[in-house]
Design a protein around this ligand. Sequence first.
Ligand code: UD1
Ligand code: CA
Length: 469
Amino acid sequence: MPSAAPPDLSLGALILAAGKGTRMYSDKPKVLQTLLEEPMLRYVRNAAISLCPQTTWTIIGHAADCIRKSFPLEERFILQEPQRGTGHALRTAMPFLLQAGLSHILVVNGDTPLIRPKILRAFLDVCLAEDADLAFISLTPDDPAAYGRVVRSESMVAAIVEAGDYDETLHGPMPGEINAGIYYLRLAAVGPLLSSLTDGNSGREFYLTDLVHLAVFARLNVLGHNLGNVPELLGINTPRELLRSEEMLRESIINRHLDAGALIRSPGAVRIGPDVLVEAGASICGPTEIYGRAIIRRGAHIASHCRLTDSVVGEGAAVHSFSFLQEAEVGPSCVVGPYARLRPGAVLEEKAHVGNFVEVKNSRLGKGVKANHLAYLGDSDIGDGANIGAGAITCNYDGRHKYRTVIGPGAFIGSNSSLVAPVSIGEGSAVGAGSVIIKEVPDASLAIARGRQRNIPRNGKIGGPSGRR
Ligand code: UD1
Ligand code: CA
């Protein structure tokens, strides 16, 4: 809580996320559109929750079920049905906010994902210092586009007028100052004005922004806090605006990692999600994408054209080009790829190698295991030092159920063999190339399960005039 906070201040936050986002031309609700694979709404919520951990509410309406599913642990959702504008959203939320005993709230549009706690905190400090009843952040961007315009009279805020409703004969020349969609409200002062909102505007909606002229008229203390040209704070309404914000975020994340000692080559083509941890001394070459809760340890190298999600790459490990990792764990000094696919539950222990066109799923590969070419390893447990030949396959699925394959330490699985699970191969055993193994192979044995080779004379033309060799 800021130092200027009065002792009776009970602050909450309200995120407006009920709108459809028509201008995105997508079936997905706008606030679930992603920046670096994380939904827009998540960023706004994180910022609000960092100031109001127990008192952040989110108003939802359009595709409410989808949004609830994306945030399964959240309980503080308020349903706005139907969605009749931002003022109507606030009106819908009011009983919940009052019941929670809040005296003041921050309202943040759900389509402003690059809002940071630091900015909210500084804004709050100004509001408290000025003892504002209603305040909002305003910007002066290069292109004021379709954002709501701030009308001032002798520097004092008079109103916010939506671009579509702006009438120069009424309001004077169109100003370049816009409303960022981030507000501070003293509920006891602003609450009584809500019933005066009307939908007599071009959008036939109840605008939250109309509270501004109502508050000015009621002689409340209204503050438009101008932050100048801050592109990060522009709301997202169109695909182009989404990409603009995503690119700003991407660049700031890359710079953060570079400053912290990661070596990122072709940085303009590297996309790293906000929760990814890249240790100092790790190196990454673009184009590459790393998302979710991935961790890249020091000395690890991720080559170009890789995509990693929620995966850990251990110290000194190398992930070569065109590899695809999802919920996988790559131990220290492992080598992965090129062209490897590690699916959820793939665990590679120290110095294991997984080479080209090898797919691993829900399997543990012990220390130093080598599967260097063309293999499928699913639902398996492979002991230290085992060698998996080219084209070896664990047949883990019988069409109904999945079964496990256990391969003992030091075992050697010959090329093109099929291990039909459930099955186990003993420690130090070998499987002859091309075998189909359907029952247990004990320790230190050689299993060969394939048709014996027969060489049959042909009466055909090969092998000389007689056809015989
Ligand atoms: C709004 C502001 C505008 C400001 C701009 C900043 C209004 C009337 N206008 O315009 O002054 O410059 O943001 O980006 O507020 N929403 C609801 N319920 C609804 C309608 C909308 O929760 O019934 C939510 C939306 O999901 C969105 C936010 O409110 O997250 C803003 O709505 P949007 O329609 O994007 O408003 P803008 O036209 O961008
Ligand atoms: Ca908007």
